[in-house]
Design a protein around this ligand. Structure first.
Ligand SMILES: Cc1ncc(COP(=O)(O)O)c(C=O)c1O
Length: 285
């Protein structure tokens, strides 16, 4: 589907991020990751022997400073980002990251967990939307979100595939997913190109909801900041009793006093439902 040389399936996104990063980068290398990358990436960083640093969230000037500082001191540099960030729903500037990767001769690793299925003409993610599938060295996608299955994949050059099969511990030292899961995933992935109408609708719904809540949004994940943990929990519970499955995201998953409701929209929600939620929240403010 990606028209690239190789793909490898992992048991989950957690297995993929925890297994690939320690395998591809060693003690002579450095990994520079966005400050807000997912816990599975952080665990991958800490499990490996490469040095790692974090750049301020989506601050590519800061990233460039780190690249300048480290470019000559390490054999390989890896830039790691999510494409749609899981907690804030904002998007990485992938073309900018590609320019930096080229300038500093680095590898680019993009976690597309929240973009696969919902972005790009064929649903292949933000890398497809930005027309840069061939410029990213590692594209990780998960099957547990829009694909409604379980598992994950990495898209890479052929040279990395046998290497990952042999060196990625979370690939080799665990039993593979059952064939029935793989068959379901395959079935859904084959349908992806035909969900264009739903993808378009999802974007329109996200734009509308963003206006209603007065929260800027560039994806279907829309955070509504409440502040304190207890309040976020009780408002989420009230919405759940009204039939809206929204979850509170609390400290320590996010910074203190930024507990939030994390709306993750799907394409079949109605305009009326969005308005009901917005009216309810305006009364709570
Ligand atoms: C950005 C990101 N990457 C990876 C994962 C892990 O994927 P999985 O649930 O398949 O382990 C998640 C969340 O689950 C995520 O939000």
């Amino acid at each position: 589907m990606y028209n690239r040389e190789a793909a490898l399936v992992f048991n989950s996104g957690y297995h993929a991020n925890c297994g690939i990063l320690p395998a591809i980068a060693n003690k002579n290398d450095i990994i520079i990751a966005d400050k807000l990358v997912h816990a599975s990436i952080i665990d991958g960083l800490t499990l490996g022997s490469a040095k790692f640093e974090r750049f301020r969230h989506c601050d590519y000037n800061h990233l460039e400073k780190l690249l300048e500082k480290h470019a000559r001191n390490y054999e390989h540099i890896f830039i790691v980002t999510e494409s749609i960030f899981s907690m804030d729903g904002d998007c990485a500037d992938i073309p900018k990251l590609i320019a930096l990767k080229k300038k500093y001769n680095a590898f680019l690793y993009v976690d597309e967990a929240h973009a696969v299925g919902v972005r790009g003409a064929q649903g292949l993610g933000l890398v497809e939307e930005y027309n840069c599938i061939h410029d990213c060295d590692f594209i990780v996608g998960t099957f547990g979100k829009a694909i409604s299955s379980v598992g994950a994949f990495v898209i890479c050059d052929e040279i990395f595939k046998p290497f990952l099969i042999n060196h990625s511990r979370t690939f080799i030292y665990t039993t593979a997913l059952p064939p029935i899961n793989i068959a379901w995933t395959r079935f859904i992935m084959q349908q992806l190109p035909y969900f264009q109408k739903q993808r378009k609708n999802l974007q329109l719904l996200a734009q509308e909801f963003s206006k209603l809540l007065q929260v800027p949004a560039t994806s279907h994940i829309i955070p509504y900041i409440i502040g304190e943990n207890d309040k976020a929990i009780s408002i989420a519970e009230e919405l759940q009793t009204q039939g809206f499955f929204v979850l509170p995201i609390r400290y320590p998953t996010v910074a203190k006093h930024t507990a939030r409701l994390r709306f993750s929209l799907h394409a079949n929600i109605s305009h009326n439902e969005l308005r009901t939620i917005a009216t309810f929240l305006s009364k709570k403010a």
